[in-house]
Write a protein that binds this ligand. Structure first.
Ligand code: 1GP
Length: 239
């Protein structure tokens, strides 16, 4: 079980790193070569998804990834249309920072027909969009506002409301391509109070930022854009 392994890693203080693969941004033919690099790096998880899947490639991309890796593959869907049983599991997201019912419950209901008979491990995840200094795709697509990094209490209370309502993970998200990652002081404040594993992503482009996120208390860090722009960065994060 992927989630139980995450809990164990948290207990053991073993830090996890996910590569985020946007199906619109990767060539299927490049996947085998990409994963040779992934396996040399400290990556422990693979997330697949994006705010949109214009090329409708997620199923093929996920199947191809599964053929080339032993790492757990989780769908990180921008909508119910991105759900594919080819993965191992799904981050079943609720956008708790927003007030758009479409992303709080409607998309989740629309997902059920695909999930009900699948073997996907479903991990309820409170997804919290934090201002990363630039309008991100999540903001555009979800038509919700991120929480300002100045609103520390709102961020803390939103994450804890997620935990208290039964989410198994909290994902603090500055948005793909964010200019500013979630500040370490915010991660720290949340990590101190949260019992469940904490995912942090958006705008992390260096080893220093990765370490800052971990030192502040992130259990799993997600990196997408930095690998899309420079695959050599994977090798800088060598095992
Ligand atoms: C986006 O948190 C992830 O959902 C990763 O963001 O692409 O900025 O690394 P980046």
């Amino acid at each position: 079980m992927i989630y139980n392994e995450m809990l164990q890693a948290k207990k053991d203080k073993q830090k996890l790193v996910a590569v985020l693969i946007d199906p619109d941004k990767i060539e299927i033919s490049h996947i085998p070569e990409f994963f040779i690099k992934v396996h040399k790096s400290i990556i422990t998880h693979v997330f697949v998804g994006g705010s949109t899947d214009e090329g409708k490639k997620i199923e093929t991309v996920t199947k191809t990834i599964k053929q080339h890796t032993h790492l757990p593959v989780l769908i990180f869907p921008g909508s119910h249309e991105q759900i594919t049983a080819a993965a191992d599991g799904i981050l079943f997201l609720s956008l708790l920072s927003g007030r758009n019912p479409e992303y709080l419950i409607e998309q989740q209901i629309l997902s059920v027909s695909k999930l009900i008979d699948s073997k996907l491990e479903i991990i309820p995840t409170g997804y919290i969009l934090i201002d990363g200094g630039v309008e991100t795709a999540v903001q555009r697509v979800s038509k919700t506002k991120p929480i300002s990094q100045e609103e520390k209490t709102v961020i803390l209370h939103t994450t804890l409301a997620g935990e208290f309502s039964g989410k198994k993970l909290i994902y603090l998200e500055a948005g793909s391509g964010a200019k500013k990652m979630v500040k370490p002081e915010i991660i720290k404040q949340v990590a101190k109070k949260l019992q469940i594993p904490l995912i942090v992503g958006g705008g992390i482009r260096s080893k220093t930022q990765l370490n800052e996120a971990f030192q502040a208390g992130a259990d799993l860090v997600v990196i997408g854009t930095a690998f899309e722009e420079n695959e050599a960065f994977l090798l800088e994060l060598k095992k």
